[in-house]
Design a protein around this ligand. Sequence first.
Ligand code: OSB
Ligand code: MG
Length: 365
Amino acid sequence: IEIEHVELRRVRLPLVRRFQTSSHAKRELEHIIVTLTGAGGEVGWGEIASPSGPFYSAETVQSCWAVARDHLAPIVRRTRWEHPSELAAAMATVRGNHFARAGFDMAAWALWSRARGVPLAKALGGERARVEAGVSLGIEPTIDDLLEQVGRRVAEGYRRVKLKIAPGWDVAPVRAVRAAFPEVPVHVDANGAYPVTGAGVFQELDELGLLMIEQPYAPRALVAHAELQTALRTPICLDESIEEVDDLVTAVRLGAGRILNIKVSRMGGLTPAIRAHDLAREHGLPVWCGGMHEFGIGRAANVALSSLPGFSLPSDVSGSDKYYARDVTTEPVVCADGFVDVPETPGLGWEPDIDFLDARTVERL
Ligand code: OSB
Ligand code: MG
């Protein structure tokens, strides 16, 4: 395959509800949509889902835009490939910048699976007809607001609730949720907000029967995660710590966690995400698919990835309505009874709504 045309556009969508983590708050997202067109007219869509500022990883919308324009698009235009993993290998000459790379890798998989007439999930090695959906809830102004959000999402059928925590918003809100919804599987995500001297809070959370504690410490603090894991019954789940498949090798060797959150964006695309899945599986680590509030295009990739056999825990693949009044695809992603169906149509399975994308595009290249 030869890519003749690369289009980048920055697209803005408001969130239906302000979302706050330990590191940042957002009301509106600006993601970069990548469109690849092959010499034979094949088209593939991808999404660069970086937050605006460098608070989750070092990347920003601006850095992704610059790296996509100046480094990745030229590689994609000059590389001939038969399989998306070959394009991913060519892009791997760019260090880091995983969100930017992920957008192109995703578009290549979407193009390739569609050209071959197979659903993206099948192309990736997926086996499930539907994937279990969890929901991620931000830090709220009050515990009552949080309980209201949990109640609403549980009523909608979500099968696991993840609560963002931060110093000052941890044991009390989590205890309140466990008391009000004792049957609901709950996990917490600190986004690395705690100092490595702060194990005390996790000892308290360890008593609350949580499914897992996600990224308690800073990304590179793998030894501290390993020490904490030996002191807890609750599994630690790594997110920000695992950017490379090699990070996973290190984490497994150290015992830094017992569960892995795989994000397409953080790993640099579907190609490395599959490798992380395979390696985690070899080592008996359950995985689930994390999200970055993707628009429908990136979410479609998350749904497809979540259909792989190692994804044995509910993923952060919520319905479009959890995030946006209107999504960028002609049909929204729907979560019914706690599941999202895996499409059986060739390619991504959702079509971009081009008129709506045009209306929301703030810059195009
Ligand atoms: O840590 O998983 C995270 C959103 C922004 C930054 C980091 C994270 C998140 C989420 C959102 O939890 C998950 C979703 O897309 O629903
Ligand atoms: Mg996380």
